[in-house]
Design a protein around this ligand. Structure first.
Ligand code: URP
Ligand code: ZN
Ligand code: ZN
Length: 455
């Protein structure tokens, strides 16, 4: 077992920020102290001088779709490629999704776990539930026992069979999940409203029309709907990829009635608006829910600064430029964009430029917060003795430019091309092993482990 000593970095986590040394033995952090004497360590201890660098717990991207087989194709970033771009972004754990095969949740979970074995970084899973079944309680008990602590519900996508149609059935799923301590995460867009808007639609189906066909009110309506169910049961919920001011207002209403609503947003809803959909290459920016207005961006940014948002994750769902541009009809454009690698620099830059968010709060949004919500804490999400040695050496003020040239997604593009950011990941350690150092990728396919949720 190897020993690693990281000396004199500025350790930033959500409890305190201080200059300290960190000693790693094998895969775990074994000691954190202001000065750890090198002469007393085993011969061959790797010593890294982190002067001038911040030392962060590994970032957790709590919403990814690597190697997603969907709509007759597969996304651009395989598990190997996803792991690589994640390591460059300081991400040591992703929470990806298992589709519901509609026969057995346990089988669905096991299949996805098996598929994900080529991962070079760690992973956990959210389990999709795409319909009610009489034995749902037992099925949820089984996935819980198998290490899955969250389910994912859709309030849309009837066409691809994801929608749980009946309210009483959805309520039963919520109730069963809640009784088992399983977190319910929800993609919120009201399918009926979308259908009504589509039925009356006289416009075309260009990329920009996607925004009008799935407007913010549709998100707000779905949040009210699922929030109402949660309120009746007395349970908390987690809204994935909140995209709009109207959606945020629906969250506020629920919270004012005492409902605990955990909210995730993504960098694209914070920093990109629907004008992107208007250009020649508008298809590149199509995802669901669609990009909104600058006013929505601003509302979400303010909510982030005000502590109304608990997690920023990416919904990394990458298609190549060719796949994206193969259609300019919003009904058939493959939805989703890459984002894992851009997550930390974008949020760090926003934190810095706002002057209102500390790096410690960034760590909470991107690591500690999701680790706690998804039962990965304190194995993940914190620099503490006994925790996994998932460690990021980060230069918080290093200026650079996001570009397909500087990033690693196999999609061949970034939605943030030309963005000036600050904050560069210098080294990423996964359980004590260097997976990215000084721009060189050292991850090993198959080294990633499935992390069981303990919530
Ligand atoms: O367009 C998106 N977001 N694709 C990924 C699947 C989803 O809805 O989260
Ligand atoms: Zn979604
Ligand atoms: Zn998603």
């Amino acid at each position: 077992m190897s020993t690693l000593l990281i000396k004199n970095g500025l350790i930033v986590d959500t409890e305190w920020t201080r200059h300290s040394d960190i000693l790693v033995d094998g895969s775990k952090i074994v000691r954190i102290a202001p000065h750890i004497d090198e002469s007393r360590l085993p011969q061959g201890t790797d010593i890294i001088h982190a002067d001038g660098l911040c030392v962060l717990p590994g970032i957790i991207d709590a919403h990814t779709h690597y190697h997603l087989v969907s709509r007759g194709t597969v996304t651009a970033d395989s598990f190997e490629e996803g792991s690589k771009l994640a390591a460059f972004g300081g991400v040591t754990t992703v929470v990806d999704f298992a589709d519901d095969n509609k026969e057995s949740l346990l089988e669905s979970l096991s299949e996805r776990r098996h598929e994900m074995r080529p991962m070079a970084i760690d992973y956990a899973l959210h389990q999709g539930v795409y319909g009610y079944r009489d034995d749902i309680q037992t099925e949820l008990e089984e996935i819980r026992a198998a290490g899955c602590g969250t389910i994912k519900i859709f309030t849309t996508y009837r066409d691809v069979g994801y929608l749980v149609e009946k309210r009483d059935e959805l309520k039963e799923i919520f109730r069963a999940a809640s009784s088992l301590g399983i977190m319910v995460t929800i993609h919120c867009e009201d399918d009926k409203l979308i259908e009504e808007i589509n039925a009356g639609w006289k416009g075309g189906h260009r990329p920009i029309d996607h925004a009008a066909l799935r407007p913010a009110e549709v998100e707000a309506a779905a949040i009210r709907y699922v929030g109402g169910i949660a309120e009746e049961i007395g349970m908390s919920i987690y809204v994935v990829h909140l995209s709009s001011k109207a959606g945020l207002e629906a969250v506020r209403e629920l919270r004012s009635r005492g409902v605990t609503v955990n909210v995730e947003t993504t960098p694209h809803y914070l920093f990109l608006d629907k004008s992107r959909l208007e250009g020649e290459d508008g298809s590149l920016y199509v995802m669901t829910p669609p990009l909104r207005t600058p006013e929505d961006n601003k509302a979400l940014q303010e909510a982030l600064l005000d502590g109304e948002i608990q997690v920023v994750a990416t919904d990394h769902c990458s298609f190549t430029r060719e796949q994206k541009l193969s259609s300019d009809d919003c009904r058939t454009i493959y939805p989703g964009i890459p984002g894992t690698e851009e997550l930390l620099p974008l949020i760090n830059t926003f934190a810095h430029s706002s002057g209102k968010l500390s790096l410690s709060q960034v760590v909470n949004l991107l690591s500690t917060g999701p680790a706690k919500l998804f039962g990965l804490y304190p194995e993940k999400g914190v620099l503490r003795e006994g925790s996994d040695a998932d460690i990021v050496l980060f230069a918080p003020e290093w200026p650079w430019v996001l570009s397909s040239e500087t990033l690693h997604s196999a999609s061949g593009y970034t939605a943030y091309e030309g963005f000036n950011v600050i904050g560069k990941v210098v080294m990423t350690y996964l359980r004590g092993r260097l997976v990215m150092g000084d721009g060189i990728y050292l991850g090993i396919s198959g080294d990633g482990r499935f992390i069981r949720a303990k919530r």
